[in-house]
Ligand binder design. Structure first.
Ligand code: NZQ
Ligand code: ZN
Length: 382
């Protein structure tokens, strides 16, 4: 096992009826006024907004609100929210929503102290501090509720880029799985696939005997079983809860202990795809690309790829494991090839050019532009 450092400062309040604790959590840390950041309105339909506001008011926490964060969130909304933070004099940010809202809130929190927040994504200005961030998660997928990363898109330049800084760990994240019952089936599947993908970004770096590989195997199987259970019964609280915590564990540091910093080239390829096609949900891009990447890169660490096929998919070979993975995606009504995403094979060269803007690309197997083209062609032909 490789050396590692593990530290995660986020307090997670997990379970049914935890949202009403948010006001008190803010008040006991001395906060007086928050920016409440939200998406397109799902939190008004499922009661999350009402519970949040009632709790803030009971604890005497004032608020300014900023709505309209979109899936694959964009820089312009973050800039708008930063300006509001200054004009309203807030002392903390409260994100209420899915990963796009949480990521935007992280960019707002650090951008508050910067001349230009996009400079953090371009790596031309360092993040030094951030407003304290609190989150109420409504879609378990990204792990953003318990990690220090954020992903943002600058659409006019086809750039979907990430930042990471310890100041971006949420102080407190509330995860009430019961509020995820209102998710459309498609988003439930996205949550499962994104979580599985985060685990896979680490898994293939390891050795079959690693403790972290064993943990990742168990969490992967639980995620798959939970999505299966939710397909049968969307109201199944235990399945929602197991998927939610599995999703948090997939990208809160636990899944990467001893596995260096992971692989991440499939995520970079997906970010290139959705930078060109903002309608592509992050996880749907991953569903199409991950099996192709595995097929292409399996020779780089064959024992571990085979262990993944055997242990996660009960399959004797990597090929059979990939086939089982794609079959499950079909069973879940998810996409399996580029055309399912509305991406034409003729766009592969342009997407590959965008992917190559991230360097280095790949650690287990560094990818050249031709490798990227080859993987995208496998994904087109699947
Ligand atoms: O906008 P609203 O109305 O809230 O609707 C959202 C949105 O349309 C809806 N939704 C969320 N919770 C709901 C709900 N609908 C009904 N009931 C609920 N309880 O779901 C839709 C998708 O939400 P979004 O936040 O975009 O999804 P997700 O959580 O999958 O976030 C995806 C973003 O996170 C980035 C992705 O690239 C993408 O931009 N990622 C962030 C990471 C991180 N911070 O560590 C890592 C990931 O790999 C990923 O890159
Ligand atoms: Zn992801």
């Amino acid at each position: 096992m490789n050396n590692f450092s593990f530290h995660n400062p986020t307090q997670v309040l997990f379970g049914k009826d935890t949202i009403p604790q948010i006001g008190e959590e803010l008040a006991k840390r001395g906060h007086k006024k928050v920016l409440l950041l939200a998406g397109g309105g799902s939190i008004q339909q499922n009661g999350v907004y009402e519970h949040t506001v009632r709790s803030l008011e009971a604890a005497g926490i004032a608020r300014a609100e900023c709505w309209g964060v979109q899936a694959n969130p964009v820089l312009s909304k973050v800039r708008e929210a930063i300006a509001l933070c200054h004009s309203e004099g807030v002392d903390a940010v409260l994100a209420v929503g899915g990963g796009s809202v949480l990521d935007s809130a992280k960019a707002v929190a650090c951008g508050f102290y910067m001349n230009d927040v996009w400079a953090a994504f371009e790596k031309t200005e360092a993040i030094t501090r951030a407003l304290p961030l609190f989150t109420i998660l409504t879609l378990s997928a990204t792990g953003s509720e318990m990690n220090m990363f954020a992903v943002l898109t600058k659409p006019e330049e086809h750039k979907k880029w990430a930042i990471g800084h310890p100041a971006l760990y949420p102080v407190v994240s509330i995860v009430d799985p019961s509020v995820q019952t209102s998710l459309p089936w498609r988003q439930t599947v996205c949550g499962g696939v994104d979580s599985l993908s985060h685990i896979m970004e680490f898994y293939f770096i390891g050795k079959p005997g690693d403790t972290t590989v064993a943990v990742n195997t168990a969490v992967s199987r639980t995620i798959i079983q939970s999505v299966d259970a939710l397909q049968r019964s969307p109201e199944d609280y235990e399945a929602r809860a197991n998927l939610a915590w599995g999703s948090t564990l997939a990208l809160n540091g636990i899944s990467g202990c001893g596995l260096n910093f992971g692989e991440w080239s499939t995520h970079m390829l997906e970010h290139a795809v959705s930078a060109h096609h903002p309608q592509v949900a992050h996880a749907e891009g991953l569903a199409v690309l991950f099996p192709a990447w595995i097929e292409y890169c399996q020779a780089s660490n064959p024992d571990t790829f085979r262990a993944w096929a055997e242990r996660v998919w009960d399959s004797p070979t990597v090929e059979a494991g990939v086939a089982a993975f794609r079959n499950r995606l079909r069973q879940w009504e998810g996409p399996v090839r580029l055309a399912d995403l509305g991406v034409d094979a003729a766009e592969i060269p342009a997407i590959a050019d965008t992917a190559m803007l991230t360097q280095p690309l790949g650690s287990l197997r560094p990818l050249s532009r031709q490798d990227v083209v080859n993987i995208l062609e496998i994904a087109a032909a699947a």
